[in-house]
Design a protein around this ligand. Sequence first.
Ligand code: MG
Length: 299
Amino acid sequence: MNRKDFFKTSILGAAAVAAAPSLLASCCGPKKAGTGAKLNVCLQSGKAIGESYAEQLDYCESLGVTGFEPGGRELVSDFDNLAKAIEGRNIKIAAICAGFDGFILADDPAQKEAFDTSMRRIVEAAGAIGSTGVIMVPAFSRQEPCKPNNQETYDYLCEQLHELGEFAVKCGTTVILEPLNRRECFYLRLVSAAAAICRDSKSEGVKCMGDFWHMQEETSDYAALMSARDYLQHIHIASRKNRCNPGEDGEADNYVDGFRALKEMGYDKYISLECGNIGDPAVAIPAAVELIKNQWEQA
Ligand code: MG
């Protein structure tokens, strides 16, 4: 399905409904605890070296990277090119990194409407390209006016996510809550809190993730990730002091405790580099992929 066809087709159209069950089996189905863990390293589109998608995907494949994470705006605007570039390769579109307008907890109806419209467009595109889900944050600390952080807002968030999650299921994909840290998102900063929202949203299409950079607020990588075992759909990784390539912060870049949780729960989704560079990326990225493979073995 190309972009033109995809935007012409309503989500309730035959093509989308026909595609949903097979995609759902890989995106939203229950995991068997402790079995089937598989390391799938992923690069965000800004990380993969190359001038075109073809060059970037060649680069990923040369490193044994099996996932590619574009932004939501990029996915929607460049859908045809991306879908064509990925065809027949040993690499898939992993999660989609945000890219929507507005935010789900906006108090301003216009901002909420902007979120609803743009997020659903990205979710449709994500489903059509076989993505594992669209990453979202309920509200960045800087976003105002925002609903107050109280029980009423929590219930509202879960209701809204339920609707969005059910929409994502129909599209054959998910929405993925990303906890950040208190500076960026005081609303959601622990993996277990995101998992609780997934549970309370009561939709197979509402998932969460962990980001080893933001997880500096956690007391245990293992416990944080294990708390979300039923909902964990994606992982971001970066060096742990400067948010650069894993390994560029030396001894601090230890992910074994978290990887152990992923292996024990049978995690088979993606671990995606979301980070900058300290040194030459042509050296640091392959080294980071190697470090991840080695620590996964150790875990
Ligand atoms: Mg992240």
